[in-house]
Design a binder for this molecule. Structure first.
Ligand SMILES: *[C@@H]1O[C@H](CO)[C@@H](O)[C@H](O)[C@H]1NC(C)=O
Ligand SMILES: *[C@@H]1O[C@H](CO)[C@@H](O)[C@H](O)[C@H]1NC(C)=O
Ligand SMILES: *[C@@H]1O[C@H](CO)[C@@H](O)[C@H](O)[C@H]1NC(C)=O
Ligand SMILES: *[C@@H]1O[C@H](CO)[C@@H](O)[C@H](O)[C@H]1NC(C)=O
Length: 488
C-alpha cells in the first residue's frame, strides 16, 4: 500500500507536479472582464495556474476566456448575466441555444471543464427591487432542462449566485437566521429545485461591506484573528463576521428542512483602494486569513466541512460601475495588469506570482505642465473631463492617491485619461496644460499607471507599412510590365 502510494505520487509528480497540489487544495477565484485594458486571456489562464487556482468563475460566457480555459485543468463556473434572465425564462429554445453555444460547444470543441452554470448574478439584491424576481426561477428551470437535453446535466450543475442579503436574522444571532420574508417562498422553491438536481446554493459574503456600512462595526470582527469580542449564540462563540454570516445561512437552511444543502461561496474578498478601509494591509490580512482557513480545511461552527470558495477577485476592473462605491474597481488580488499588490502565502509556502508576458504602452506619462498655473480657469474642467472618461477612483478620500498636492492631482487625472486612450496622439493636450514625461510621477502608494498595449497603436503604422509594401510591389510589377513590354 505504502509503496504503491509512493509510486503513484512519484508518477503524478513526473506527469504534472502541479496537479498533485491542485488535487489537495481547491482554490477558486472570480475572473471579471469589465476593464478598459483587459489582460489577454491566455496570460490570465497562466496567472491562474501559476497561483494554484484550479477553479474559476466567469460572469458571462466570454469566448476569449472560455477558449483559453480549454485543456487548462481549471474547472469553470460560467455565469449568465441578469439581462438574459427574461429571454431565457420565457423561451425554452433560447435556453437550449444558450447551452448549445455557451456550454456544449466549449465542452466538446475546446475541452473546457465547465462544472457549473450560474444563472443570474445576485438577482434578488434588495437594490434591484423586484426586477428579476419573476424570471430567475423560470430561467433556472429552462437552463437545467436544456442541460439535460444536451446530455450534460450529470457533469454541469446549475446554481444561482445570491448576495447574503437574501437571508437575515431577527434576533441578531446566527441561530435566528431565515430567508428574507419578501422572497422566502421563492427561495425555498429554488433551493428545493437545486437540491432535487444535486446542485449547490451559491452565496456571496462580504465582511468588507459590513465594516463599510457601519462606522461602529468592530473592525477585528471583520477579520479572522479571533481577537474580536465574541458574539455568543447559545453554546457557540463567533469571533468573525464570516462565520456568523455563513452560519446564519445554515440556520435558515436547517429551519426550512435543507440542513445538508451544499453551499458554495461565490464571491468573498477585500478591495485595496477607493475607501479608507480598502487598502493592501487590510486586504492581505483578510485574504490570508481566509486562505489559511481553506488550507486547513476549516469549516464553521455549524458546518464542519468547508465550502468551495471563489475569491473576489483575481484582477482589478477599471470599467465597473462605482455605484456600490469607488472600491468597486479595486477588488483584485492583482492590479489590472496582473502585477502583485501584496504578498499572500498561497499554500505549501508558495507566494503569489505575477502575470507573465504583458505588453505595455511606451514608458511615458501625461502630467500637468510645469509652466501651467494651478489657478488656470480651464484646469477644473480639464480634470473633470479626464475623470469622466478614465478611472480616477484612486484620488478620492482615503484612497491611494488622496495625499497628492493639487498639481500632482491634476497630473494623475491627465495621465489616467492619456493611458486609457492608449497614449493616442492628442490625448495629452488639455488646453495646453499638460506635457508628456519619461519620469515616473508615482508617489508613495499612488501608482501612475501605464496601460496594457492592446495593439491599437500598432495597427496604424502596420497598415501604412503594408501600404508601402503594396505600393512598392505595384512598382515592381509595373516595372516588369514595362520591361516585358519594351522587350517585345
Ligand atoms: C452566449 O453567451 C453570450 C454572453 O453572455 C451571449 O451574448 C450570447 O447571446 C449567448 N448565446 C446564446 C445563443 O444565447
Ligand atoms: C492576524 O492575522 C494576520 C494574517 O493571518 C497576521 O499577519 C497578523 O499578524 C494577525 N494579527 C494579530 C493581531 O494576531
Ligand atoms: C483631486 O481630484 C479629485 C477628482 O477631480 C477631487 O475630487 C479632489 O478633491 C482633488 N484633490 C485635490 C487635493 O485637489
Ligand atoms: C496651445 O499653445 C499653442 C502654442 O503656444 C497655441 O498656438 C495654441 O493656440 C494653444 N492652444 C490652446 C487651446 O490654448
Amino acid at each position: 500500500m505504502g509503496n504503491s502510494h509512493m509510486l503513484c505520487l512519484f508518477l503524478l509528480c513526473l506527469i504534472g507536479g502541479e496537479d498533485v497540489v491542485k488535487g489537495v487544495k481547491g482554490l477558486g477565484c472570480n475572473w471579471g472582464t469589465q476593464s478598459t485594458h483587459p489582460l489577454q486571456p491566455n496570460i490570465v489562464v497562466q496567472l491562474l495556474k501559476d497561483n494554484g487556482f484550479n477553479k474559476v468563475k466567469l460572469f458571462e460566457a466570454d469566448p476569449g476566456a472560455l477558449r483559453a480555459l480549454g485543456r487548462s485543468g481549471i474547472q469553470v463556473m460560467v455565469g449568465i448575466p441578469n439581462d438574459l434572465l427574461a429571454p431565457l425564462a420565457s423561451d425554452f429554445q433560447a435556453a437550449v441555444n444558450w447551452v448549445q453555444q455557451n456550454v456544449s460547444d466549449y465542452v466538446s470543441r475546446h475541452a473546457v471543464d465547465i462544472r457549473y452554470v450560474a444563472v443570474g448574478n445576485e438577482p434578488f439584491l434588495k437594490t434591484y427591487k423586484d426586477t428579476f424576481l419573476h424570471t430567475t426561477f423560470p430561467a433556472l428551470k429552462n437552463i437545467q432542462a436544456a442541460l439535460v437535453r444536451a446530455g450534460l446535466a450529470k457533469k454541469v450543475k446549475v446554481t444561482v449566485p445570491l448576495n447574503a442579503d437574501v437571508y437575515q436574522t431577527d434576533n441578531g444571532l446566527p441561530s435566528g437566521g431565515n430567508f428574507r420574508s419578501d422572497i422566502h417562498d421563492l427561495m425555498i422553491s429554488i433551493i428545493k429545485f437545486l437540491s432535487d438536481n444535486d446542485s449547490p446554493l451559491t452565496i456571496n459574503i462580504y465582511p468588507f461591506l459590513s465594516l463599510n456600512a457601519d462606522p461602529n462595526f468592530p473592525k477585528e470582527f471583520a477579520f479572522f484573528n479571533g481577537s474580536a469580542a465574541p458574539v455568543v449564540d447559545g453554546s457557540i462563540s463567533y469571533t468573525n463576521v464570516f462565520e456568523a454570516n455563513f452560519d446564519t445561512l445554515i440556520s435558515a437552511l436547517e429551519k426550512n428542512g435543507f440542513s445538508s444543502m451544499p453551499v458554495i461561496i461565490g464571491e468573498i474578498g477585500w478591495p485595496t483602494d477607493g475607501d479608507p478601509s480598502a487598502n493592501a494591509e487590510y486586504a492581505q490580512w483578510f485574504n490570508q486569513g481566509l486562505l489559511n482557513r481553506i488550507f486547513q480545511g476549516q469549516g464553521t461552527p455549524k458546518r464542519k466541512t468547508p465550502p468551495d470558495i471563489y475569491l473576489f477577485s483575481l484582477i482589478d476592473e477599471d470599467d465597473k460601475s462605482t455605484l456600490p462605491g469607488n472600491f468597486e474597481r479595486h477588488w483584485g488580488i492583482f492590479y489590472f495588469d496582473g502585477t502583485i499588490k501584496y504578498q499572500l502565502n498561497i499554500g505549501n509556502g508558495k507566494s503569489l506570482v505575477p502575470a507573465k508576458g504583458v505588453r505595455y504602452l511606451g514608458r511615458q506619462w501625461c502630467v500637468l505642465s510645469p509652466t501651467a498655473s494651478i489657478t488656470d480657469p480651464s484646469l477644473a474642467s480639464s480634470i473633470s473631463y479626464a475623470c469622466t472618461y478614465a478611472d480616477c477612483t484612486s484620488l478620492g478620500y482615503g484612497s491611494s492617491c488622496s495625499r497628492l498636492d493639487p498639481r500632482q492631482n491634476a497630473s494623475y487625472a491627465f495621465n489616467m485619461y492619456y493611458q486609457t486612450m492608449d497614449q493616442r496622439i492628442g490625448s495629452c493636450s488639455f488646453n495646453n496644460l499638460s506635457v508628456i514625461t519619461n519620469l515616473n510621477p508615482s508617489q508613495g502608494t499612488c501608482r501612475f499607471e501605464i496601460m496594457i498595449d492592446l495593439g491599437k497603436h500598432e495597427i496604424a503604422p502596420r497598415r501604412s507599412l503594408a501600404g508601402k509594401i503594396q505600393t512598392s510591389t505595384m512598382g515592381v510589377i509595373l516595372a516588369l510590365i514595362l520591361i516585358i513590354y519594351g522587350f517585345f
